[in-house]
Structures are given as C-alpha cells and as structure tokens.
Ligand binder design. Sequence first.
Ligand SMILES: [Zn+2]
Length: 408
Amino acid sequence: MILLAGADIVLPARVVSSGCLLIDADRIVAVEEKVIDTPSGATRIDIPNTIVVPGFVDVHVHGVEGHDVLDGAGSIAQVARRLPKYGVTSFCPTSVACDPVTLRAMLAEVDALRAAPAGLGARVLPAHLESNFINPDYKGAQPLACLRSPRPEPGHEAQRQRHEVDHYVASDILGAIAAHAASVGIVTMAPELDGGIDLVRQLAANGHRVSLGHSAATYEQAVESVAAGVCHATHLFNRMTPMTHRAPGAPGAVLQSEGVVAELICDGFHVHPAMLHMAIRTKGARGIMAITDGTAGSGLAVGARTRLGGRAIIVTARTAELEDGTLAGSVLTMDGAFRTLVHQTGVSIVDAASMCATTPARQMKLADIGRIEVGAIADLAVLDRGFRVAATYLAGQPWRNTTPAPFV
Ligand SMILES: [Zn+2]
C-alpha cells in the first residue's frame, strides 16, 4: 500500500485540502479529509504543497518527443512511455489519413498493446482515426492524396489487390477498421461528403464513436449528422465551418447538441481563450474534452524538425507547421492544457480536471478511471502549485522516466 499524504486532492465535485489518498495495488482504497498516520504495511509519501488530480486522458494525440504513432512498429509504445511525463495516464493513439497498409500496421500495434501493455507507460486506449473521409477543403495538414469519398465504388476490387498502398477506396479503409474493430474508438469524418450520412450510421452501428471534424458541414448538415449518430466533435472550431450569427455552422450544432461531446485544443492559440470560455459555459465541463492534438514536436525545442504521419513538420514558438506554414497539430501537452484552462479561461481546478480526465474517460466508456474516488484505478497526476507535473502514478505505480532526453 502507498499513502500519499498532505496534498490537496481534486475530487469529482470539490477539493479536499491537505488530505490523504491510500492506494492498495492498483486501486484507491481510501480518501481522507485530513493528514493521517501511516497504516501498518503502507509506504508513506509526503507531498505537501501539491495538487493531486486524476491522470489526464488525451483522446487526440499523434505523438510526442520525436515519436509519431504512424512511424511504424513500436512507435505507439514509445509514445506511451513518454506521455506520463506530462501527467497523461491514458491516451487514444491518433492517426492522420493514411493508406490501408499503414493503418492496419498501426491498429495491429494498438491491438497488441491493449492485450499486453509494454512496461510502465500510459494506458493505450482504442485509436482515434482522423480518417480518409474528411473534406479536402478543410484538410489542414492531412495529405490530400489519402482522402477518399465514403461512397462505395463497385468494380475496384481487382485493382485494389494489385496496389493497395497507392490505389484504394473507401471499402479498403473500412476493411482495415473492421479487422481491428475493438481498437478503433473514434473516427473523425465529414458527414456532408457523398455517402457521409450512411457512413455515420454504419460506423455508429458498429460501435465506433463518430466524430464530426475536418468538415464543411453547414449547421443543418451537422444537425442531420448528429441525428444519424455523431456523438463527438474533433477539435471544435478548428478545421470546420465558422460560426456566425446567420450561419451557425458546425460549431453551432455541436454547441447545442447535448449528445455531442466536444474536443478543444487548449493551448490558447488554436482557439482564443474567450472562445474556450464560451464553449465551456455553453456545454459545461461534462460536454468538453481538453485535448492536445499534440505531435511528435511536443516536448521538442523550437526549430526542431520531426514528422506527422510521415510528413515533415517544424516546431515553432506556439505550434507545429508543415514546411509551407500550414498549421499541423500542436506542440501542446496535457499539463499545458490544464494550465491554459485554469490560467486563461478562469475555470476551477475541479472543472479543469473534469475536462482533462473525467469527461474524456466517460466518453471512452471507462468506468473506473478519470476520477479520484474509492474503488477507482489509481491513475494520478501530482501537480505543483504552478500546475507542473511533479509525479505521475499509473495504476498505483509511480512512473519513472527511463527514456533518453528528446533530440533537438
Ligand atoms: Zn489531429
């Protein structure tokens, strides 16, 4: 057993000042409102002047510290080993649009890591696919050559078998998803594409969370997609129609739909803090998931060059960019998202913890993580008074950084 003593503890609805957490194996077994003596058999760790929050759950992260989840065999394990440095205890490995061979290889690693986690790293959740079915006009840093119409194309089979890497259609991507169905958690797509609404229905019926994103959907089209099964929105406001007073666009539909939980990139740059605040006021902390959309550039120095889905990106002072200057994900980490929420939008640390852990865990249907309570898995981030990560616990085990320093 481990006794964490003297910290402020962020519970689902309030903060306990100078309390204690007792951990037995992988579970929280007691939450004490004051500092207590060490129970027999427990190891005491005094952590005054810290704040304990549930370990962060990032449902949209492409990589960190020079590793991208599409880099090939072993790359997701590399990301998992590094994310606890930033307080992350669970994450959805997130792809950009890619060919079906690359997608199958990535999903095979997700399958393997979910069956047998590799060492002490962040828990690998089912993947988030920023899929081939997004709108070319809102592609951002996604490779145009990989985008496909959701509309089935009969008669393509013979060609597909010869050249799957270059010549593939919707059914090839859907075949890869079906072959690894349990490892595909979220599929981002543009429902206004030809055949899009049918694809929303199909993916939702197969148990995937369908996310509106990289989309030119009007307000009306977005409302239709929600009725068809969309329950998630990918980086709300970024790479979607704008919200204006006569045309509420996709954001208007997302903000008003209680059944849709929205991601927000919380770096204060991708979305202005005033818009973060407005979205949080509208949907509440139960309707918002803080995400990083972090890339392999996260954790690297300004000027570092690395990759996103095999394409070169460059770390700038505030974000990551393709060589032509296109915004390409972010360099945000989840501890930074937490700081943005508290320092720039003025939400409470309870609400910030909800958006960084509880709400994304609920969206991924994880019953016993994402909150600090008796019986929950002891996935924890210990923050100093500046909300920087002092320690991370993964299922009751303190994480130790065994990775080499990132290259610059
Ligand atoms: Zn992304």
